[in-house]
Design a protein. Structure first.
Length: 88
């Protein structure tokens, strides 16, 4: 489970983006996003731009992110989803 910003490899991030989508991973409601220059925020309009930003600033990735082999990833907190995740 990822609950705090951490360094990610490009390969890990590509896996997250492939399964969840870059729009879901990019936390546009947090203070990190709001502190970005408006021109930078406006330039994040595709997976490559979002991935570059997330690699540079891991704090901008929505959390928590749960992942385990053979299970779908879960992004954000949902008690019901967590219970299902732990039951498998």
């Amino acid at each position: 489970m990822i609950t705090a910003p951490m360094a990610l490899s490009a390969a890990q991030l590509d896996t997250f983006i492939a399964e969840l989508g870059w729009q879901a991973l990019l936390n546009t409601r947090g203070t990190t996003w709001r502190k970005l220059d408006e021109s930078l925020r406006n330039s994040i309009d595709n997976a490559d731009a979002a991935a570059a930003l997330m690699l540079e600033m891991p704090a901008i990735i929505k959390r928590p992110l749960l992942c385990a082999p053979g299970r779908p990833m879960l992004l954000g907190f949902s008690e019901a989803s967590y219970q299902q995740f732990n039951e498998v």
